[in-house]
Design a protein around this ligand. Structure first.
Ligand SMILES: C[S@@+](CC[C@H](N)C(=O)[O-])C[C@H]1O[C@@H](n2cnc3c(N)ncnc32)[C@H](O)[C@@H]1O
Length: 257
């Protein structure tokens, strides 16, 4: 039954790995897990993303939870990329579903996928290997990546913000602003805040601890507060939204001589 749910490749991966050993291999010792991430019910399951069960079941659950069709929803983010990016960063990349689509769409770009869960990165790397795709997977904190400023053409985050407290979403957008080059883009795909406000039962169903406060907030406002311009949010499919913004060519906080 478990095998039917997660698929044959994932079942083989689940059974063949020493997960503790593999996750230790992925762990960046400089990373400290924030308390919101290690709260018992993060992601609505025990131990949140820091288990192999979360990682191995994630894709199957997401396929059901992303109507009308998961790949269609993810592709709307790809379609919004308005340049030919050479460097792309996917924050909270999870098992890499959006990251892999980005690399397939922009094969010459260097693509970095960053996530706090070594377990999710194990699955992401396995999917990339099966697809023959090279991605730079990194274990790290989206709100403090330590990556070079102005070093990406596009920074994305899909299905990350409904899981984090709003002040963390804001800090992640501030970090995205720091990382994206002037004229570069930020693209945030997630649940529709407007619709989720009216769908309390759905928030209750997934038991995500921060979804209600996410729904009450406004990614548009957070992106503007981070410094992005031309910010707009469009509704996608049944229950999703895509927010995009551009980093100004000149940083208004830098005084011109
Ligand atoms: C719902 S999953 C989304 C995964 C993937 N982006 C997708 O579209 O399927 C959220 C992911 O964000 C990661 N995450 C949550 N908070 C994070 C943070 N502060 N820094 C980095 N990753 C984080 C989790 O480990 C998890 O893999």
């Amino acid at each position: 039954m478990f095998g039917i749910l997660i698929g044959r490749e994932n079942l083989r991966l689940f059974e063949s790995l020493d997960w503790q050993l593999e996750s230790d291999r992925w762990c960046n010792p400089a990373v400290a897990y924030p308390t919101y991430y290690t709260c018992p019910a993060f992601h609505g399951i025990e131990n949140g993303y820091l288990t192999e069960v979360a990682a191995i079941t994630y894709d199957a659950v997401t396929a059901i939870a992303t109507p009308p069709h998961e790949t269609w929803v993810r592709r709307q983010l790809l379609k919004a990329v308005n340049t030919s990016p050479q460097r792309i960063l996917d924050l909270g990349c999870g098992t890499g579903s959006t990251t892999l689509l980005l690399k397939k769409m922009f094969p010459t770009a260097d693509v970095v996928g960053l996530d706090l869960s070594p377990y999710m990165l194990i699955v992401a790397e396995s999917k990339a290997q099966r697809a023959g795709i090279e991605i730079d997977w990194q274990h790290g904190l989206a709100e403090g990546t330590g990556l070079e400023p102005n070093s990406f053409d596009v920074v994305t985050a899909s299905f990350l913000f409904h899981e984090t407290p709003p002040h963390i979403a804001q800090t992640i957008l501030n970090e995205g602003f720091r990382l994206v080059r002037p004229g570069g883009q930020v693209l945030i795909l997630d649940g529709s805040q407007r619709k989720l406000r009216r769908l309390g039962w759905l928030i209750h169903l997934f038991r995500e601890p921060y979804s209600a406060v996410y729904a009450a907030g406004c990614v548009d406002d957070w992106a503007k507060a981070a410094g992005f311009e031309q910010v707009k949010t469009q509704a996608l499919g049944w229950i999703h939204q895509l927010t995009q913004g551009t980093k100004p060519l000149t940083d208004p906080s830098v005084h011109q001589l």
